[in-house]
Design a protein. Structure first.
Length: 288
């Protein structure tokens, strides 16, 4: 089945969201619509639709003109078995003591490693991205320094690989939360395949806004591998729900954004103790 994309950009969140809603009225209908801010401080937003039939280019042109967007770029995507492709291209990742792999590489697990199975079909947070890898390396450094965290949460958990990693090396169960129920379902599936039921509890939550999370606070380790803007918004709550002397491992931060995040967290009493760049991404380890 062919897949077509139609992409455009325009200034401002409100016009972008309005254009996304208007695209739902197109015929043939899009199978999905995405509205995303371009993370370069330009104020530009990208609006895109996916179609199983060639979209109505005249209708797209009218929408672009009506909402002040650039003309849509329409492309037909080649048919690809993405899961098979990812399995071929994603090799296992070693991050300190942690070994993140897909089932197709189960014969490559090094002896003595903390192996975590994350299937290629659930690729967000597999460990191949510099942000996830950086968080695992930061966790490994804390453990090597003799730190034992008894109350851990992974905010914006994706696959829950970070919560599982903490629960593997320390005695107490960890929490894993995400704002999106689909991500929570993926996290729960990963917990099951790693035989960690009862060791990681997965919850739907925006930040710390869940009664279970609030009851478990304060935390002595908080992972937040998200993006700069939500990390900055989260700083006051991070201070509120972290234990004194507790650690935060933050990523999803472009290298040039790291200083801004460090400054905001310092203003909230959470100070930098280590930073690492992997490619274009920075991982920060901080302490309250």
């Amino acid at each position: 089945m062919p897949t077509f994309t139609a992409l455009t950009t325009l200034m401002g969140k409100d016009p972008a969201q309005a254009l996304g809603l208007a695209m739902e009225e197109l015929m043939p209908e899009p199978t999905g619509i995405g509205v995303f801010e371009i993370e370069d401080d330009s104020g530009l937003w990208e609006v895109g639709g996916y179609f199983t039939e060639e979209p109505d280019q005249a209708g797209l042109a009218l929408l672009a003109a009506a909402y002040g967007a650039k003309p849509f770029t329409v492309s037909e995507l080649p048919e690809t078995d993405w899961v098979a492709k990812v399995k071929r291209e994603l090799t296992p990742v070693t991050a300190g003591r942690f070994f993140v792999y897909g089932s197709h590489d189960a014969d490559k697990i090094p002896e003595g490693s903390e192996a975590l199975l994350i299937e290629a079909a659930m690729a967000f947070g597999t460990g191949h991205h510099g942000t996830t890898q950086g968080c695992l390396r930061a966790l490994d450094r804390l453990a090597n320094d003799g730190v034992v965290c008894e109350n851990v949460i992974d905010v914006g958990c994706g696959t829950a690989v970070l919560a599982m990693a903490a629960a593997r090396i320390w005695p107490n169960p960890a929490l894993a939360s995400d704002i999106d129920q689909v991500a929570v379902d993926v996290a729960e599936a990963n917990v099951r395949v790693n035989d960690m039921e009862g060791r990681v509890l997965c919850l739907e939550a925006a930040g710390f806004e869940n009664p279970v999370i609030k009851d478990k606070a304060p935390f002595d380790l908080v992972f937040a591998n998200i993006l700069m803007a939500p990390l900055i918004d989260l700083a006051p709550d991070m201070n509120r729900y972290m234990a004194k002397g507790g650690f935060a491992i933050l990523s999803g931060i472009l290298n040039e954004q790291a200083d801004a995040v460090v400054d905001v967290y310092a203003q909230n009493g959470i100070n930098l103790i280590h930073r690492e760049e992997i490619g274009e991404w920075t991982t920060l380890t901080l302490r309250k």
